[in-house]
Design a protein around this ligand. Structure first.
Ligand code: ITT
Length: 185
């Protein structure tokens, strides 16, 4: 069985990846190696810089992900700053910024980079369109999950099981592309 390392410090992401890839003949192992996340560039560029940094230190096949929440009424904020914003103003801060806004649409975006030694990284992208709830709802998931409602349903990500979230989410969609690649390999 092949092992792929997921270089991440985020346990929530790791559980979602494990769930999504559970029927494949691979083992996914979390490694919290840490890598610099370049600020002010696109998610794909963040992931690309991350791969270059890790590759020099880690000789095995690995994936990394950069994700972000882009709120339309805030011109795409927090976007590439989602991590910093989550640990500073958090979900409550985003709700406050949207207090008097009618437009509540937002997009979650995810970019996975897969790296094997001596090969250029491959990127897999997923997006989930939805709206920002009026208040936090649900106990599951992580990060902005209590305030994000994907289109088509009325539940927030935090009110879903991991499996259900994966069927709608930016991460689930990016991983679908990754699974296609793994199956064709
Ligand atoms: P890494 O170690 O993998 O980089 P991270 O927590 O730093 O993990 P990102 O930079 O990719 O993750 O994501 C930025 C923030 O966006 C992150 O801190 C979460 O709070 C939030 N986020 C990402 N994906 C999410 C999801 O599926 N649901 C809710 N919040 C999410």
């Amino acid at each position: 069985m092949k092992t792929i390392y997921f270089i991440t410090g985020n346990k929530g992401k790791f559980f979602e990846v494990k769930e999504k890839l559970k029927n494949l003949d691979i083992t996914v192992v979390q490694k919290n190696l840490g890598y610099p996340e370049v600020q002010g560039v696109s998610l794909k560029e963040v992931a690309g810089y991350g791969v270059d940094h890790i590759k020099k230190r880690f000789p095995h096949p690995f994936i990394i992900e950069d994700a972000g929440l882009f709120v339309d009424a805030l011109e795409g904020f927090p976007g590439v700053y989602s991590k910093y914003v989550f640990f500073t103003i958090g979900c409550k801060g985003i709700l406050k910024l949207l207090e008097d806004k009618k437009r509540r649409t937002a997009i979650f975006k995810s970019v996975y980079a897969y790296s094997e030694s001596n090969k250029k990284p491959l990127f897999f992208i997923g997006e989930c369109i939805g709206t920002i709830a009026n208040k936090e709802r649900g106990e599951g998931g992580f990060g902005y999950d209590p305030i994000f409602i994907p289109n088509v349903v009325t539940k927030t990500f935090a009110e879903m099981s991991t499996e259900e979230k994966n069927t709608f989410s930016h991460r689930g969609k990016a991983l679908e592309e990754f699974i296609k690649f793994l199956k064709e390999k």
